[in-house]
Design a protein around this ligand. Structure first.
Ligand code: PEP
Ligand code: MN
Length: 339
């Protein structure tokens, strides 16, 4: 349930309600607005009496029972959009953030070359996988810690922030030492121990939609991270499996963006690279993503896609990527946002 309180009676009054909830076995999460404070109460006693008992307490305006299974991620719990701050930039606010870079960190030279080009484009976040979730165990699995070191070097040289994937609970601490944003890939969305572990890192988490996860399963995965203390979750639509993969790798579900914006307060971004699997489709879908209200994009860019060790067919060359940025900027303007 969500307890809506007025802020003008002071902290003590709020604390009394928090204590009462906790005594009844609830975990509490506060969301402070200017006039109202919302207390999300999860777990605990399910009896109707506790709701009634809270309703009559001083400062309580109303108690809302949340009918959806997610609580902390819901719009009921927090009406304003969550804005995630990352050094001098933010995600989920007026500015659309673009994350760009190769699928995988392949070598020091490859990464530094593309990082320099991305920096010149004005984009602020560099992507690149050091641990790669590959379907075949016989293909390139990533440079692992060496890859993380190259990402850190690229950050030092360019000032770009780093987003990179973590696949294993045993590596969360290590990856978090290098990354600015931790990525949970599509294959790990229901790896609950991993979700719990990244929650402890206090780094923003980019949570990709599962290959075939419903909207609700996806938000519940975000709820795992939030319940474990990390409210900085970015949802990323990256396409879902369907019956026809002849012309596009996945079906990029852009309707998920306005749906999620209604159901949750979390930032939503779109990955048109994995969503389509074809570089020619990336720009039109990036434009569309911004038109439906996405807060950002994550795009695979490679200086030499024909030599890429993974996902070459969906990587944009730097020049094409610059062009995409110009086109997306026009759409952003129409949407009252900046790029
Ligand atoms: C990636 O970003 O390179 C990646 C593996 O993404 P996904 O988990 O969406 O397939
Ligand atoms: Mn990829």
């Amino acid at each position: 349930m969500i307890v809506v309180m007025n802020t003008n009676l002071g902290e003590e009054v709020v604390q009394k309600v928090v204590e009462k909830l906790q005594k009844n076995g609830y975990q509490t999460h506060e969301s402070k607005g200017i006039e109202k404070i919302l207390i999300g109460a999860v777990g605990g006693e399910k009896s109707p009496y506790i709701k009634q008992a809270i309703e009559v307490m001083e400062g309580v305006e109303k108690v809302i029972s949340v009918l959806v299974p997610y609580k902390l991620a819901s719009r009921e719990f927090k009406q304003e959009n969550t804005v995630i701050r990352l050094g001098d930039i933010s995600l989920g606010g007026e500015q659309i953030q673009v994350m760009a870079g190769p699928c995988a960190v392949e070598s020091r030279e490859q990464l530094l070359e593309i990082a320099t080009l991305i920096k010149e484009s004005g984009v602020r976040i560099l992507r690149g996988g050091a641990y790669k979730p590959r379907t075949s165990p016989y293909t390139f699995q990533g440079l692992e810690e060496k890859g993380l070191e190259y990402l850190a070097e690229a950050r030092e040289k360019t000032g770009l922030y780093i987003v990179t994937e973590v696949m294993d609970t045993r590596k969360v601490e290590l990856v978090a030492q290098y990354a600015d944003i931790l990525q949970i890939g599509t294959r790990n969305i229901q790896n609950f121990p991993l979700l719990t572990e990244v929650a402890k890192s206090n780094k923003p988490v980019l949570l990709k939609r599962g290959l075939s996860s419903t909207i609700e399963e996806w938000i519940m995965a975000a709820e795992y991270i939030m319940l474990n203390g990390n409210h900085q979750v970015i949802l990323c639509e990256r396409g879902i499996r369907s019956f026809d993969s002849a012309y596009s790798r996945n079906v990029l579900d852009l309707s998920a963006v306005p749906i999620l914006k209604g159901l949750t307060h979390l930032p939503v971004i779109v990955d048109p690279s994995h969503g389509t699997g074809k570089w020619r489709l990336v720009e039109p879908m990036a434009r569309a993503a911004v038109a439906v209200g996405a807060d950002g994009l994550i795009i695979e860019v490679h200086a030499h896609p024909e030599e890429a060790v993974c996902d070459g067919p969906q990587c944009l060359k730097p020049q094409k990527f610059m062009n995409l940025l110009q086109e997306v900027k026009k759409i952003a303007g129409v949407m009252g946002r900046t790029l």
